[in-house]
Design a protein around this ligand. Structure first.
Ligand code: NAD
Ligand code: NA
Length: 396
């Protein structure tokens, strides 16, 4: 079939297998161009099919020749109906990895469930014995707690008072004011239940109990901080409470891993266009201004550049892992540079529907958004019919 983007707000209902494949190939080539990393050898990536998780998997496999096991929640294709992007990404990654002689298998299902945890542990026991790195990169709007059966929905709201600021509809470039009412106590609890550290901890406890964590094993989850501009809706809002919880969970997991000499880290990453971040109000305008400034200064990075730097310059240096005073790894260092943030803040004050095309990188935002789904990727013949029924080689 010929596959075209079908956009509804901040999601795209279709994905292109060849475009997703090309994205993966480009990321592999980037990692290969940066040379080998003395990194992990057997890696479990939870949230492995898109964004930072996919980039972590590619960096592990093609940077340090690691066997990788991926977990994700993606929609398979049906005749005449394309799969979700993460499905095609994973199909392309596993084909490339297996061709390169690297173990690459995956499990498609709800990572929050006990059933999927057991399935993954069974696979590690059968195929790998133990893993030496566990990446936790799940981003989801809801979670069913396997122990209570309660489904929690996360919200993106300020806490304490309503928040009014500019936002952009990135499809038509219209800049407008948005007001968001403050969260209730229940909203905060639900968001922490979905995006906080509880499931990460349950994973590590289950893996440890099954003796599938190697001595010295590391585990890393991803967080975000961002500038004062976005604080009310991000770091000091409901999602920020979840990130506080995630960061606190890192030290509690480190305690759990003491006898293995293992360690848990949170890495604070840069703001990027992903399926998760396009859903947050105000953030797309911030990202389009940030991209403009960082590209002009030659310091812009995507997920793969960020993960390459995380592995090579933070996690696997043969020295101590550099962290901030709260024990967090910072690869948002270039985003948070004072000169970068000063420029973004002054552009923010000026941004209107009329001025944004000059002031910001709305085009870059849009291209990245379409790229997430395999569209507008260079070198792909979109006018040619493709087979939507792509299989994932290592799907267990
Ligand atoms: P993403 O949407 O690209 O990836 C989410 C992944 O989680 C996908 O692989 C998806 O299949 C998987 N997933 C979702 N629900 C699942 C479930 N129930 N079971 C199994 N897998 C499931 O998101 P991302 O932006 O790469 O986010 C990953 C992490 O990075 C999040 O913690 C996010 O907060 C953090 N982060 C994101 C940004 C950003 O700007 N995008 C910046 C810093 C940190
Ligand atoms: Na991810």
């Amino acid at each position: 079939m010929i596959i075209e983007p079908k956009v509804r707000g901040f999601i795209c209902l279709t994905a292109h297998p060849k475009g997703c494949e090309q994205n993966v190939v480009n990321q592999i080539q980037y990692i290969q161009s940066k040379g080998p990393i003395e990194g992990p050898k057997k890696v479990l990536v939870i949230g492995a099919s898109t964004g930072f998780g996919l980039a972590s998997r590619i960096t592990s496999a093609f940077g340090s020749q690691a066997a990788t096991l991926g977990v994700y929640f993606e929609k398979p294709p049906q005749p005449g109906k394309p799969a979700s992007a993460g499905w095609y990404n994973t199909a392309a990654f596993e084909a490339q990895a297996q061709e390169a002689g690297l173990y690459a298998k995956s499990v498609n299902g709800d990572a929050f469930s006990n059933e999927i945890k057991e399935k993954v542990i069974g696979l590690i026991q059968a195929d790998l014995g133990q893993v030496d790195l566990v990446i936790y990169s799940v981003a989801s709007p809801r979670r069913t707690n396997p122990n209570t059966g309660i489904t929690h929905n996360s919200v993106l709201k300020p806490i304490g008072q309503s928040f009014t600021n500019k936002t952009v509809n990135f499809h038509n470039g219209v800049v407008s004011e948005i007001s968001i009412e403050p969260a209730t106590e229940e909203d905060i609890e639900n968001t922490v239940a979905v995006m906080g550290g509880e499931d990460w901890k349950l994973w590590i406890e289950a893996l440890k109990a099954a003796d599938v964590l190697a001595p010295g094993a590391l585990t890393v989850a991803y967080s975000y901080i961002g500038p004062a501009l976005t604080e009310p809706v991000y770091r000091k809002g409901t999602i920020g409470r979840a990130k506080d919880d995630l960061e606190a969970t890192a030290s509690s997991i480190t305690d759990t891993l003491k006898d293995l000499d293992g360690k848990a880290y949170v890495s604070v990453n840069k703001a990027l266009v992903t399926q998760a971040s396009s859903a947050i109000p105000v953030i797309p305008l911030y990202i389009s201004l940030l991209y403009k400034v960082m590209k002009e200064q030659g310091i812009h990075e995507g997920c793969i550049e960020q993960m390459q730097r995380l592995f090579q310059q933070r996690l696997y240096t043969n020295g101590t892992v550099p962290t901030d005073e709260k024990g967090r790894i910072r690869i948002d260092d270039w985003e948070m540079r004072e000169d970068v943030q000063a420029q973004v803040a002054s552009l923010w004050a000026e941004a209107t529907t009329e001025s944004l095309p000059q002031l910001g990188d709305l085009e870059g935002y849009k291209t990245d958004f379409f790229n997430l789904f395999g569209f507008e990727v260079g070198g792909v013949a979109y006018e040619t019919s493709v087979d939507e029924m792509v299989e994932i080689p290592g799907l267990a």
